[in-house]
Design a protein around this ligand. Structure first.
Ligand code: HEC
Length: 83
């Protein structure tokens, strides 16, 4: 079988910054965290554990429910917030 590796065929366990940006916009994170993301410690979300825990620990954010892939995508975006 072909084993040619391309960026488009990246494994699902990798976050997509572009998809993360869409999630950030679509879920109104910008209402509290700004555009591009800069406010209320948002860039700490470049750390996946901090991002994941923020939805459990920050009272304003406990209403969200994201899959692990969505968390990976937002994590990738917060590592490169100026895309
Ligand atoms: C209603 C306002 C609000 C919205 C909407 C919101 N947040 Fe937050 N967020 C906060 C507050 C308040 C904090 C805590 C800031 C502090 O501790 O100074 C925070 C903190 C964070 C942190 C840092 C946690 C830490 O421990 O350093 C991350 C990452 C984060 N938010 C991500 C997001 C993402 C991603 C979204 C959208 C899915 C989002 N937030 C939507 C209010 C919000």
């Amino acid at each position: 079988m072909s084993s040619t590796f391309t960026v488009a065929a990246a494994p699902a366990a990798t976050g997509s910054a572009t998809a993360g940006k869409a999630l950030y916009t679509g879920n109104a994170c910008f209402a509290c965290h700004g555009t591009p993301p800069s406010q209320k410690k948002i860039l700490n979300g470049a750390n996946l554990t901090t991002l994941t825990n923020s939805f459990k620990n920050v009272g304003e954010m406990t209403g969200y429910s994201f899959t692990s892939q969505q968390l990976l995508d937002m994590n990738a975006y917060l590592k490169t917030p100026n895309i």
